[in-house]
Design a protein around this ligand. Structure first.
Ligand code: SF4
Length: 323
């Protein structure tokens, strides 16, 4: 089966005064129709730049310097501006990080919905408001209370649910969510994750969920891709990753994740810090932090390699790695 999204060897560079920063460095990933893929990594791992690239929306001075992005059979990097405008809400929509705080404060929710729909050629006010009401109910909000409200009249969690409803207004095939629960309290986080799982079941759309937090991944994702220093270093389904991770960085993320049932004393942060992406270490970029590093790791960059059952990992010593 052909993937809905295929990203191959993507590189995104930022030309800074200190040198060239490779925020994404030869990253590859596939997402299938209807699946929820979690893209996990520490901040600065390249997740957000990777997501912006899928929309061909990398902010300057960033620039996609190589790679291919194919969405539903179309080459995204060769779409015209007009084609991109349609692609960006109708094919792939994105809920940006902390988007709930960036809503237009002087527009009622109904007008924000109408504005978005009209910008994409949907002019029937009645039809748009009807669809908006359906979507608001889907995110457990009462349309009669929310549509006429201004953003400041809603809580952070409610605004986040409005943004999710708004992003679904043009029926995209894929929704990208960048840290969708980060600014929210724990109870609201769990509630939003439940809602995302329901939406996925009802609408059957694909989701790419960007997060630094392994503990929220298990709740909604089918598969997990782990990113480090601008590269995808491991991809597997949720059970494989949580019970049999094969990249030492994935193991580190799992051990560092807070657990509601485990002892807090068992939580072990990954030692060291992410590499300088202008001057990354030679060989495997994880080697200064890795318990499994050998001489080969300090010289040779590991490539993403199939290890069976559709899993891939970029590590010279994956056979020795255990959780
Ligand atoms: S290639 Fe070497 S340094 Fe990199 S993750 Fe694997 S064992 Fe660690």
């Amino acid at each position: 089966m052909k993937p809905l999204l295929s990203v191959r060897d993507l590189t995104v560079e930022f030309e800074l005064t200190r040198g060239i920063l490779k925020a994404v460095n030869g990253a590859s990933l596939e997402v299938h129709k209807g699946e929820v893929m979690a893209l996990v990594g520490e901040s600065g791992s390249g997740k957000t730049t990777f997501a912006f690239s899928i929309l061909n929306l990398v902010p300057p001075p960033g620039r996609i310097t190589s790679g291919k992005i194919i969405f539903d059979g179309r080459d995204v990097l060769s779409l015209s501006e007009e084609e991109l405008r349609k692609y960006r809400w109708k094919e792939v929509a994105m809920v940006f990080q902390a988007a709930q705080n960036a809503m237009n404060p002087v527009m009622r929710i109904a007008d924000q919905m109408l504005d978005t729909a009209q910008a994409h050629g949907k002019t029937s006010r009645g039809e748009v408001l009807e669809r908006a009401s359906e979507l608001l109910r889907m995110v457990h909000l009462e349309p009669s209370q929310v549509l006429h409200a201004y953003p400041h009249e809603l809580s952070g969690g409610m605004r986040q649910r409005v943004i999710i409803a708004l992003s679904l207004l043009l029926d995209p095939k894929m929704l990208i969510l960048d840290e969708p629960t980060t600014a929210l309290d724990v109870v609201t986080q769990a509630y939003i994750l439940d809602i995302l799982a329901e939406i996925r079941q009802k609408l059957g759309l694909a989701m790419l969920l960007l997060t630094h937090d392994m503990s929220i991944v298990a709740k909604v994702a089918d598969r997990v891709a782990v990113m480090y220093a601008g590269k995808v270093v491991e991809v597997g389904n949720i059970e494989e990753i949580f019970y049999d991770a094969k990249h030492p960085y994935t193991v580190g993320l799992i051990k560092a994740a807070p657990s509601l049932i485990g002892d807090i004393a068992d939580k072990r942060p990954i030692p060291g810090s992410p590499p300088d992406l202008i001057n990354p270490p030679p060989g495997c970029p994880f080697h200064p932090r890795c318990d499994y590093a050998t001489d080969r790791c300090r010289e040779e960059v590991p490539v993403l390699t199939p290890i069976g059952d559709g899993r891939v990992v970029a590590c010279h010593n994956w056979q020795q790695v255990h959780l």
